[in-house]
Write a protein that binds this ligand. Structure first.
Ligand code: FE2
Ligand code: FE2
Length: 241
């Protein structure tokens, strides 16, 4: 369906610039092409919502990860403002919204009733949210000036390293164990309703589409730090054996 729409759109564009399509082609294609403004946006399921939020959170973690060697080699060259903005985004979108409003209010209370293993996950994940908040407080405090001080360089590098490792494990377990277990409690119709509830919470908190805003923000910070080009992360070929 998606492919078909793109193909039609391409045909329409070709017709407009006169690349050999007849007037008849144009009429048929233009009539067939759906009016985008009338299309209903496809639903984002509740778990898809949670996982794409992890995508934004992971992009913030990758920025932390990239800053670690810079803090050790050239702390004066570290962009304190970009670090602060990343931590602010982590706080509002990651901690205050994703963790507190969705996971702690909706997901964890339910999985706790699904047996001791999931109860254990809920306890550890909650403790990690709390530790993460302490770490974000610390990152915000040390990045509050124009520069990161030399005295903070190594402790901050170590804190970021351990935070990234914790949160990568945390989000991966949520994606593969916790969210699928939570989802089993509901029918598709109920999941649809929960997805709408999540959207309402998002709108109340951010006054607009929180995910899109957060994605734009992380993209901008990536740009400021020179990480916009995804291709730069493709590694060289491995050595020949
Ligand atoms: Fe979490
Ligand atoms: Fe999460």
């Amino acid at each position: 369906m998606e492919f078909d729409w793109k193909r039609r759109n391409l045909l329409w564009q070709c017709s407009v610039v006169g690349l050999g399509f007849t007037g008849l082609d144009f009429t048929i294609v233009a009539k067939d092409a759906p009016d985008k403004s009338e299309e209903k946006e496809p639903e984002v399921t509740a778990t898809e919502d949670l996982m794409r939020e992890h995508g934004v959170i992971r992009r913030a973690l990758l920025l932390y990860y990239e800053l670690v060697p810079k803090l050790r080699k050239d702390v004066a060259g570290v962009d304190a403002s970009a670090l602060k903005q990343t931590a602010q985004l982590f706080r509002t979108f990651g901690e205050d919204y994703h963790e507190r409003m969705l996971e702690e209010q909706h997901i964890f209370p339910l999985i706790r009733k699904q047996g001791p293993e999931l109860q254990g996950y809920s306890d550890v994940l909650t403790a990690q949210h709390n530790r993460g908040r302490e770490i974000t407080d610390y990152i915000l405090a040390v990045s509050n000036g124009p520069r990161i001080s030399v005295a903070h360089a190594e402790p901050l590098a170590r804190t970021l390293e351990s935070f990234v490792l914790m949160y990568e494990n945390h989000a991966a377990r949520e994606d593969t164990i916790v969210f699928p277990a939570w989802k089993k409690n509901f029918s598709n119709k109920q999941l649809d309703e929960i997805s709408d509830q999540f959207e309402d919470i998002e709108h109340k908190m951010f006054g607009r589409d929180g995910f899109e805003e957060a994605e734009k923000k992380i993209s901008r910070i990536e740009g400021d730090l020179g990480f916009s080009d995804l291709g730069q992360f493709t590694p060289p070929r491995p050595p020949e054996i």
